[in-house]
Design a protein around this ligand. Structure first.
Ligand code: ZN
Length: 164
C-alpha cells in the first residue's frame, strides 16, 4: 500500500507539543528567497512548499494559511485555490523533473495517518515508473540539502513564469 504521508517524515516534530507549536503556521511570513525555508509559491489563501522529508524528489505540499484540521472547514475560495495551485504545481514539476505520474491527497485526521493533523495540508508527490521501492533515508537531524534548494529555486522560477 502506498502511503508516503504515513512515513516518519514529520517525526522530528513529535517532541513539540501539538498545541504549542504548529510547524505550518507563520511560515508564510518568511521570504521565498530565504534559503532557510522551502516555500516555492505564496497564494492568496494557501502556499506551496517542498517537503523537508520528501517521499520522492519534488514532493510538494499545498497548505492553507489558516490553522484548521477539518477539510469541510475550508472555504470555497480556499478549496478553489488549492485545486488551482495543485494544477500549477503539476505543470511546474513536469517542466523541471518530468515525472511519469502524481499522487495528490491529504490525510484528514490522526486516524487517517496525518503527521501534523492539526493543520490540514495536501501532498503532491511526483512518481516515476519503478519508484515503488523508493524510501527516503532519514537521519536524526534533517537539514535542507543542496538538492532540495536547487529544486526549490527551479520551482520558484516556474511559479513566477505562471504569473498567478
Ligand atoms: Zn497551523
Amino acid at each position: 500500500m502506498w502511503s508516503p504521508w504515513r512515513s516518519n517524515y514529520i517525526d522530528s516534530f513529535k517532541n513539540a507539543k501539538e498545541d504549542d507549536v504548529c510547524v505550518f503556521c507563520g511560515i508564510e511570513e518568511q521570504d521565498i528567497s530565504d534559503d532557510l525555508n522551502l516555500i516555492v509559491h505564496k497564494g492568496k489563501f494557501c502556499f506551496v512548499m517542498l517537503n523537508l522529508y520528501p517521499y520522492n524528489n519534488g514532493h510538494l505540499m499545498i497548505i492553507p494559511y489558516r490553522h484548521l484540521s477539518d477539510y469541510v472547514e475550508l472555504t470555497d475560495e480556499e478549496l478553489a485555490e488549492i485545486t488551482k495551485l495543485n494544477k500549477y504545481s503539476i505543470l511546474a514539476l513536469r517542466n523541471i523533473i518530468s515525472p511519469h505520474g502524481f499522487n495528490f491527497g491529504a490525510n484528514i485526521g490522526k486516524a487517517a495517518g496525518a503527521g501534523i493533523h492539526t493543520h490540514l495540508h495536501f501532498h503532491l508527490v511526483p512518481r516515476w515508473n519503478g519508484d515503488t521501492n523508493f524510501m527516503p533515508v532519514l537521519g536524526e537531524v534533517k537539514i535542507i540539502s543542496q538538492d532540495l534548494l536547487i529544486t526549490k529555486n527551479k520551482l520558484v522560477k516556474e511559479f513566477k513564469n505562471f504569473s498567478l
